[in-house]
Design a protein around this ligand. Structure first.
Ligand code: ZN
Length: 313
């Protein structure tokens, strides 16, 4: 059996404004702020994770916060849009109206709704026929049937699609589902990456995507490192991120890819019921808590935006 990636594990982006970011994703979009931790490569910066109710990979949108960082712009070698699944055309209508009420313009076409977050990050909701489990969060004022259901895809700009497509097809087990649209499908779910050829370079910064992570069963993770190296990529060693293990490499057009293990997940250091309510620091950083807590930006308490009294499992 060839190894298969289980779709998108997480997508990590940059925000220059943590409080506004939390307000948008936790209140407006109804996601659960399920982990509030620091960037393990720069512990003075927040790393915020927005997920479904269970903290599942496959629903995990994350942000490094660099307060006041200048806005970036997506270009060749960057992901420009993050695509979430929703249940129906009625859900698109719900979101079109909800976003309009927040002053967020959106563009509706059959089966999809496109808009941007407050920093210009491209977002898209699509109605997808799939048997993949919906990964939803329980928000106070988003009906479950309209909730975001986890990632469908990322859309990326690349200078030369052929070289990326060769890697995806020959070394990462992706299959073409449409022209320049490639899916990784594992046992539990799938996720895809759609490529668009442009030459113009972008600028990293607030409102841009930092990297996309693909999900690997824990026991196959070490093998994936060898696999992508055999495809000519220069992968990092396996890094223990405490909530998962990761390798990183730049695909041929420069997009930063990560392959992350499915486990152990966000309940490794706090119970499911109270995920994300306090600052979580991996053991190696716990000693820095007295220095870090005063310099990290105060964030809104997201509990008021969550539905009260729901069972946690
Ligand atoms: Zn990552």
């Amino acid at each position: 059996m060839p190894m298969r990636l289980e779709g998108i594990h997480h997508v990590t982006c940059i925000t220059g404004d943590g409080p506004r970011n939390v307000e948008f994703y936790a209140r407006v979009m109804g996601l659960r702020l399920s982990k509030k931790t620091v960037n393990q490569d720069d512990p003075t910066a927040y790393h915020l994770f927005f997920t479904d109710e269970q903290g599942s990979h496959g629903s995990d949108l994350t942000f490094f916060e660099y307060p006041g960082s200048t806005p970036g712009r997506a270009g060749a070698g960057m992901i420009h849009t993050i695509v979430y699944r929703v249940g129906s055309e009625d859900s698109l209508a719900f979101w079109e109206e909800r976003l309009a009420g927040e002053g967020v313009p959106s563009e509706r076409s059959p089966g999809r709704l496109r808009f941007q977050d407050p920093e210009g990050l491209g977002l898209e909701l699509v109605v997808v026929e799939t048997t993949d489990e919906p990964l939803i969060a329980f928000a106070a004022d988003v009906p479950d049937e309209h909730a975001l259901q986890g990632f469908d895809a990322v859309r990326a700009y690349v200078a030369n699609p052929t070289s990326t497509e060769r890697l995806l097809r020959d070394f990462m087990g992706f299959q073409a589902v449409a022209p320049h649209d490639w899916e990784a499908r594992g046992e539990s779910r799938g996720g895809h990456i759609a490529l668009e050829a442009i030459q113009q370079r972008g600028t990293p910064g607030a409102g841009t995507v930092h990297h996309v992570a693909w999900a690997s069963p824990d026991e196959e993770h070490a093998e994936w490192r060898k696999q992508v190296e055999s495809g000519g990529m220069h992968a990092t060693d396996i890094i223990d991120r405490f909530y998962f293990r990761s390798i990183y490499f730049r695909e041929p057009n420069g997009i930063l890819f990560e392959i992350a293990t499915e486990g152990p997940g966000f309940t490794a250091d706090e119970p499911l019921e109270s995920l994300g309510e306090k600052l979580s620091l991996p053991p190696a950083y716990e000693q820095l808590r007295p220095q870090l807590e005063p310099i990290l930006t105060p964030l809104p308490d997201t509990r008021k935006w969550r539905r009260a009294g729901v069972p946690s499992s």
